[in-house]
Design a binder for this molecule. Structure first.
Ligand SMILES: O=C([O-])CC(=O)C(=O)O
Ligand SMILES: [Mg+2]
Length: 565
């Protein structure tokens, strides 16, 4: 039965008695009023006092503070989510800045690693390869009926942690929690999904508690057919839902995106979401450093699908500022573990081959060996921006950073690898090696750095700034596809929200506490871009802004009335 979760009117509910306390979307716990307790046969099932959501949130917060370990805090909050979703989002709303690293990066990484150990209750849909005949049924069985946003992973590249099998489910759950907490998407509309196609993680295969399919990952052909089955089933069940691909391995991420982006409303968060937030951050940081993005020289460490996705989006943005395609590509250099990508290299993936430097661009560079190292590139190309998407900790060494700073008074340095354990350099080191001059944005959260009695806030350049607003914009506009122009408008909207725009000493990105407002602004721009791209219906500016507001869910209890099924 489909319930009208969305409107502010009373909600008519066909269940009564203890079962009503078992639906996380409906449960109010001690906040059921006396009338509701009478009407729904709840008398005696709850302590006498009728509480407000504020009182419940206060108790939850006190309990939360008793936990010393972040993973225990995570388990505690997830437990509230699985018993009373409204209360969960109320606690998040009250303490977003503090709990974001607990429900999301970095603690969510630990939760994925320990998924089968800390497992309590089912959430979302597990679609396993041995059950492939029943995908349709599995989607029918989902606890949510009117799904508008799906986040799906196959668990093969979870953050920088690699193959975690079904442990990857923690990521769609965490991402969707942010869709609601930051982007106001009602939790009744969101569905996390994991595709269980086995795992090549031997530790998991050997672990007697591992809850996924204990089998090596299936081959390419079976995999592609399975994903196709899944996508077709989603399209039949929820033809207009937004589907976010998350944490797929490099070999699948780009091909799946290319294959499906024109067939349904979908995007890849690691490629496109990360690119959109990085470009937004760079536009804002470039403004602060005194020259436009098209005048920066940008070096990437890491040439996977995320790095190349960001690079392409930067090139698009540079071209919109007036550069030719070739000029823009000369300004963006990719370095991977084998060195700078040049046209001499063979065996590159197609999305890497588009980003090689022509040999003549590096003719005359003195390098220690055949391959051109990051240090060589920094020495000769004199970048103004250094971006880390390598998944390897510590690769931005003191020598490299000092060399960069010798040629660039205000270097923009973005070690984006997640979680915290994979960061290319810590903000504290970067500040000290550049004498406080670096403009820094990291992928995982870092506390402000105090150096020589000055406090430096550290921006978190994480796709969490982008995807909730994109989702809200898509729902509000009814967009049928996710176009590049929608992503670019999200980047620009984010840059316009940068505190640096008005305060040269401010952080590059807005405070997390302001993220709901940022998401609204991104949503409006995304909706407008969708309309311009012809993938959403015409509507007035006022109607769009109103639709964004109308779709913004806030965690408050609604009044319940009883109805029969
Ligand atoms: O989840 C995050 O923090 C950002 C992200 O998509 C990733 O690192 O894969
Ligand atoms: Mg990701």
């Amino acid at each position: 039965m489909e319930l009208d979760y969305e409107s502010k009117r009373p909600l008519y509910i066909p269940y009564a008695g203890p079962i009503l306390l078992e639906f996380p979307l409906l449960n109010k716990g001690s906040a059921f009023s006396r009338e509701e307790r009478n009407e729904f046969n709840l008398n005696g099932l709850l302590p006498e006092t009728v509480e407000t959501i504020e009182e419940q949130a206060e108790r939850a917060w006190q309990q939360y503070q008793e936990f010393k370990n972040n993973i225990d805090k995570h388990v505690f909050l997830r437990n509230i989510q699985d018993t009373n979703e409204t209360l969960f989002y109320r606690v998040l709303a009250d303490h977003l800045q503090e709990v974001m690293p607990i429900i999301y990066t970095p603690t969510v990484g630990t939760a994925c690693e320990q998924f089968s150990d800390i497992y309590r209750r089912a959430r979302g849909v597990f679609i396993s390869y041995p059950n492939r005949e029943h995908i349709e049924d599995m989607l029918q069985n989902a606890t949510k009926q009117n799904v508008k946003v799906i986040v799906v992973t196959d668990g093969e590249r979870i953050l920088g942690l690699g193959d975690l099998g079904i442990g990857g489910m923690g990521i769609p759950i965490g991402k969707l929690s942010l869709y609601t907490a930051c982007g106001g998407i009602s939790p009744a509309y969101t569905l996390p999904i994991v595709l269980d196609v086995g795992t090549n993680n031997q530790q998991l295969l050997n672990d007697p508690l591992y809850m996924g399919w204990r089998h090596p990952r299936i081959g390419e052909e079976e995999y592609n057919a399975f994903v196709e089955e899944f996508i077709s089933a989603v399209k039949r069940r929820w033809p207009h839902a937004l589907l976010q691909f998350e944490d797929f391995a490099q070999k699948n991420a780009t091909p799946l995106l290319e294959k499906y982006r024109d067939k349904l409303c979908c995007f890849n968060d690691d490629i496109q979401g990360t690119a959109a937030v990085a470009v937004g951050t760079l536009i804002a940081a470039s403004r602060a450093a005194g020259s436009p993005l098209s005048e920066q020289t940008i070096v990437f460490l890491g040439a996977g699908s995320a790095g190349c996705g960001i690079a392409e989006q930067i090139i698009n943005e540079m071209m919109s500022e007036g550069l030719s395609d070739a000029e823009a590509r000369r300004r963006v250099m990719m370095v991977d573990r084998y060195g700078l990508l040049t046209d001499k290299l063979t065996n590159l993936l197609p999305f890497q081959a588009r980003l090689v430097q022509p040999s003549e661009a590096i003719a005359g560079w003195e390098t220690g060996s055949d391959s051109v190292s990051l240090l060589d590139v920094v020495r000769h190309a004199r970048p103004t921006v250094l971006i880390g998407v390598s998944g390897q900790p510590g690769l931005f060494t003191e020598e490299i950073i000092r060399e960069m700073h010798r040629h660039c008074p205000r270097p923009i340095i973005m070690p984006l690898s997640n979680p915290t354990s994979r960061v290319e350099a810590t903000p504290a080191d970067l500040i000290s090696w550049t004498d406080g001059a670096a403009l820094i944005a990291t992928g995982s959260p870092f506390a402000p750095v105090t150096w020589k009695e000055k406090v430096y806030p550290i921006a978190q350049c994480n796709n969490a700034y982008i995807f909730p607003g994109i989702g809200l914009g898509i729902i509000a506009s009814g967009a049928r596809r996710v176009t590049d122009s929608m992503l670019m408008s999200a980047s620009r909207a984010l840059a316009d929200c940068s505190p640096l725009a008005t305060d040269p000493t401010g952080p590059v990105l807005p405070e997390l506490g302001d993220i709901q407002q940022v998401s609204r602004q991104i949503a409006i721009e995304v909706a407008r871009a969708a309309r311009l791209a012809g993938v959403a219906a015409e509507s007035s500016e006022e109607a769009l802004a109103q639709a964004v507001e109308d779709n913004f869910w806030t965690p408050a209890y609604r009044h319940y009335r009883r109805t029969s099924i």
